[in-house]
Design a protein around this ligand. Sequence first.
Ligand SMILES: [Zn+2]
Length: 393
Amino acid sequence: MKTTLITGIGELVTGDASLGDGSALGIVRDAALVIEGERIAWVGAEGAAPAADARVDAAGRAVVPGFVDSHTHLVFAGERSAEFAARMAGEPYTGGGIMTTVAATRAASADELRTHTRRLADETLLLGTTTVEIKSGYGLTVADELKLLEVAAEFTPETTFLGAHVVPAEYVDDRAAFVALVTGEMLEVCAPLARWIDVFCDTGGFDEDETRAVLSAGVAAGLMPRLHGNQLEHGPGVRLAVEFSAASIDHCAYLTREDIDALRGSGVVATLLPGADFSTRGPYPDARALLDAGVRVALATDCNPGSSYVTSMPLVIALAVREMGMTPAEALLAATAGGAAALRRDDIGRLTPGAAADIVLLDAPNHIHLAYRPAGRVVAEVWRRGVRVRAAR
Ligand SMILES: [Zn+2]
């Protein structure tokens, strides 16, 4: 199998605390790395590097693991810039605009959705995202949810059935019938194409009993649970995520002390989505309180056309550092190994032998530049599964 040696790495972030300088990022300086096929074969000090078929010189720049964006809604049609402008003029975000995207997405063909998703997926990849999770939730009929998941599955194995995103207009007078559809025929049709089950458990979404019903049905159908919660107000999201041993509770802008205590030691990752708080002028989550309590934190984009039209993990890292009190190291770890934990994966989000060769070469001497130069072109090159996807500028 072909091997490629990357030499001259000024700072290599392995994501493995047992390697390198003993920090959580596991930094090796003056490092080298060997890619063999789709995997990392070797990492270590440059002077000890083995021979390889090809050689790339990083010229003293930093290398970090590819970002793991564990929460997106990439498959959709249309856009909601007018809603954004209205919100910036003072209207609150309620989640009600989701139905605008549902109407556009229902009207779009699978081919149209595929083309649009390809454009967004390519954009995220060039910004360093090498693994992306994608949810359904803009179809809300059996056929349309299936259409979304079929497209999503072409881009990632991390597909999530989010039939319980919002109650569509045709069911507002009979919510129970919609929950029955989501937990019945819709789940049956969608489960083979999904790895995860998710619910928007918040004001404007689904209440505690409805959420419990959907998660229970999803688990019974073989899906693993994850949850939207605590974005718009205090609520049962964290409690339910812990009850179901969900991989992740996502948003976490409104947490009580009890919520943080419940997350501590639960194994549930708190996924923070500062692009959504930025785009809705909502309060940012208290990342410091979570980290200080020892809760595992992930960062993701929540990319969607309503509340977070954000594709950039470097921007999310910058927001987490500048607005949420995370250190650059904590933010990078949350955007890589944290995202991997939120997807229950140990083969991504780290650069260690055996892991996927998902590699980001920064146009910078160290990882701090991701937060230090927000919206700058810090990502120079990306390899995904050992394949270089962006040539040097
Ligand atoms: Zn979301």
